[in-house]
Design a protein around this ligand. Structure first.
Ligand code: 13P
Length: 253
């Protein structure tokens, strides 16, 4: 009942030319599945959103941004608001990606405001959660993800939370070539769904998509997708190669 969802996070990669070429190649190779048997989104850097939107306008691939500011407009030099992202064609936005948490230093409280701002602005947030390797080694994985979920969704009504997608991305698996095993990922996805059921209700929890991210490759996608609570994939490095990303999309159908 949950349609699979594969999103590509381009991070700070591509340029205008390679980004539009990449989007075009993905769109033309997924005409028969995108938006039908699998939802697909790409998240280019802000400055290429509009160009990529142009390429994707005739496709069923959605556009996402990698971040959003907590206010809708005003004197916030360098920031981008939800209405601007809507204006250039975004449907989704990543909130609390591990690189924003751990490289830029975003705390849970700021991420929570970003999720709320995204929903108020008509975007569908993808809230990213996941533990550091030290936290896993100290058996704190569940505690960390529980905290990130609770704080990230704090104060949001069930109706608002139904607009959210969760991405479980263990930080130690991002960009390292170390994928969580399907069993490790499933265990955390089940925890995320249980938390949603406890905080809201079982029906809402069953309807929310939970993506796995962290070194997903064409060879690992199908096994991950076979897990009961893995509803899709958030792909970094492999989403920059059209053949690899298309293979991942097809493995998720
Ligand atoms: P990689 O697929 O490169 O590990 O990145 C995952 C990620 O951070 C997606 O948001």
């Amino acid at each position: 009942m949950r349609k699979p969802f594969v999103a590509g996070n381009w991070k700070m990669n591509t340029d205008g030319h390679t980004g539009t070429n990449l989007a075009e190649a993905i769109a033309s190779a997924t005409v028969e599945v995108a938006g039908q048997s699998v939802d697909v989104a790409v998240c280019p850097p802000f400055v290429y959103l509009q160009a990529v939107a142009g390429v994707l306008s005739a496709s069923h691939i959605a556009l996402g941004a990698q971040d959003v500011y907590i206010e809708s407009k005003g004197a916030f030099t360098g920031e981008i608001g939800a209405s601007m992202l809507k204006d250039v064609g975004c449907a989704y936005v990543l909130c609390g990606h591990s690189e924003r948490r751990h490289v830029i230093g975003e705390p849970d409280e700021l991420i929570n405001k970003k999720v709320a701002a995204a929903i108020s602005g008509g975007l569908l947030p993808i809230l990213c959660v996941g533990e550091l390797i030290e936290e896993r080694q100290a058996s704190r994985t569940e505690e960390v993800v529980t905290r990130q979920m609770k704080n990230g969704l704090a104060g949001l009504s069930a109706e608002k939370v139904s607009a959210v997608t969760i991405a479980y991305e263990p930080v130690w698996a991002i960009g390292t070539g170390l994928t969580a095993t399907p069993q490790q990922a499933q265990q955390m996805h089940a925890l995320v769904r249980k938390l949603l059921a406890q905080t809201y209700d079982g029906q809402l929890a069953e309807g929310i998509r939970i993506l796995y991210g962290g070194s997903v490759k064409p060879g690992s996608a199908a096994d991950l997708m076979r897990q009961k609570d893995i509803d899709g994939l958030l792909v970094g490095g492999a989403s920059l190669n059209a053949d690899d990303f298309v293979a991942i999309i097809k493995a998720a159908v």
